[in-house]
Design a protein around this ligand. Structure first.
Ligand code: ADP
Length: 462
């Protein structure tokens, strides 16, 4: 068998892989990207961020229409689910075309449709439809991402997953009347709010007591009462089985304390988490793999200095933009001869829960500050007083900024309500670059945009 040499091979072609692949190709290195999808962008574009947000934004338009209609403004538009899904599909195919053009325009990169596995630390086999290919690799980036976790519940095969819902040409063709969502993490909760806004009766079953487990309870407590009240949320639930009813619907069996009960729906979404995807042979060649994923430091190197692991696969911050930054860190360190010259800052990565309304946070928030004994000063701004929120009829929520009590240096923040995803980026930039409440208070942010609330939250301290 012939073994082809490459300077870099990436296992996966998502956010953890392709920024480094392009950077190194531009520097004249030979690059092979391997992905079973045969296209770039990984699960983010295939079944994650982009398609789910395409549905979210249309669902929000329907929600806004209803709010305005209550004030006698333009009448309510009827929901056309097929068109919403077609809109989602068209954005996915548009972005795939864009990525294919980028790839075609870049010399030195080869994309191979297949699945990679380690033979030795420097040799990778790729299983393709036309058989196996072998590569001798100077460098490897493991960026095999994560996958939906399916718990060992009998009948789980009768549930949809986020993959079924958001992939191109999705499994769900008509808007269900009743949806049961198992799991109150960000994927379950986001999807529950989208479908509720489109008119589906949603019941959400959550195992623990708190929705968005692991996130700051203070932020979750602000968000929860703002969610569509038609969403029926049951907490402390253990799902024991799912079955198909004689009418072709779904019945979910669960326990709640001592009680056993069932609930019926037309579809069930299983959203209880994601797990890292570890390429075959990784552990055998001496890569350290824990329950969270491939172990790496902030330089993204694994136990082998020439093998990096970026993105969801290392379980550090499983978000696309975090993967992109990690990929660039790996590229810089490869260009530096595997002697670290760049490090990922895992503390200032903005996270948005794209529910309707959204919640977003970055850096140190009060629960973490309390756990670490960091005294805070809190700057607040309510959207109730915000001109843009009033114009949009979305006055719920607000901004909170968390400053070190002594220096007034911005440590973190959260936003619940309008423009949360955009505002948290601005707050994150400020926190990552060491700005203080004085800096934020002096900056003349735009009126009438929600960002002026950041300066006002800072000025609330003086
Ligand atoms: P990230 O954002 O962390 O890069 P993604 O989930 O977006 O993660 O992308 C990971 C990609 O890796 C997916 O497209 C997946 O199909 C691919 N992948 C998973 N396992 C392998 C493997 N053994 N060989 C090649 N590609 C893989």
């Amino acid at each position: 068998m012939t073994i082809q040499y490459t300077d870099l091979l990436t296992i996966g072609a998502g956010g953890g892989a392709y920024p480094a692949a392009f950077r190194l190709a531009r520097a004249g290195r030979s690059v092979v990207m391997v992905d079973p999808k045969g296209v770039m962008s990984g699960n983010c574009l295939y079944e994650g961020c982009v398609p789910s947000k395409a549905i979210r934004e249309t669902a929000e338009i329907y929600q806004s229409q209803r709010r305005f209609a209550e004030r006698g403004l333009p009448g309510t538009i009827t929901v056309d689910f097929a068109k919403i899904m077609a809109h989602k599909d068209s954005i996915q195919s548009r972005r795939y075309q864009q990525h294919a053009a980028d790839l075609a325009a870049t010399p030195n990169i080869q994309m191979i449709q297949g699945k990679a596995r380690f033979i030795t630390p420097h040799e990778v086999a790729v299983d393709t439809a036309d058989g196996e290919r072998r590569f001798q690799c100077a460098q490897v980036i493991i960026a095999s991402g994560s996958d939906v976790f399916i718990p060992p519940v009998p009948g789980s095969e009768f549930c949809l997953t986020s993959h079924d819902l958001y992939k191109p040409d999705p499994a769900l063709k008509i808007l269900p009347e009743r949806m049961i969502v198992i799991g109150g993490g960000y994927i379950g909760l986001e999807t529950a709010t989208f479908f509720a806004a489109l008119g589906t009766r949603v019941t959400l079953l959550q195992r623990g007591g708190q929705l968005l487990n692991g996130m700051d309870p203070g932020m979750v407590a602000l968000l929860t009462p703002l969610l569509d009240p038609s969403i029926h949320i049951l907490t402390g639930i253990d799902v024991t089985a799912v079955e198909v009813t004689p009418e072709g619907g779904r019945r979910v069996h669960y326990t709640h304390g001592e009680e056993n009960d069932t609930i019926d729906g037309d579809v069930v979404l299983m959203a209880v988490g994601r797990r890292p995807v570890i390429p075959a042979g990784a552990a055998e060649i001496g890569i350290t793999v824990t329950r969270k994923g491939v172990a790496v430091g902030p330089d993204l190197r694994t136990a082998h200095p020439h093998i990096y692991a970026c993105g969801d696969v290392n379980g550090r911050v499983p978000l696309f933009h975090a993967a992109v930054r990690q990929s660039m860190v790996a590229a810089h360190n490869i260009l530096g001869g595997n002697i670290p010259m760049d490090y990922a800052d895992f503390r200032h990565i903005p996270t948005t829960i794209f529910t309707l309304p959204a919640a977003a946070y970055v850096g140190i928030t009060p629960a973490l500050a309390e756990a670490q004994g960091i005294p805070l000063q809190i700057g607040r701004y309510d959207f109730e007083e915000d001109s843009r929120a009033q114009i949009l009829e979305r006055m719920e929520g607000g901004i909170q900024l968390f400053f070190a009590a002594d220096s007034l240096r911005l440590l973190g923040g959260w936003v619940v309500g309008i423009d949360a995803g955009a505002l948290i980026g601005q707050i994150g930039t400020a926190a990552a670059h060491g700005l203080t409440a004085y800096d934020l208070a002096r900056f003349a942010d735009q009126h009438p945009m929600s960002a002026e609330g950041i300066g006002k939250a800072a000025r609330s301290l003086f």
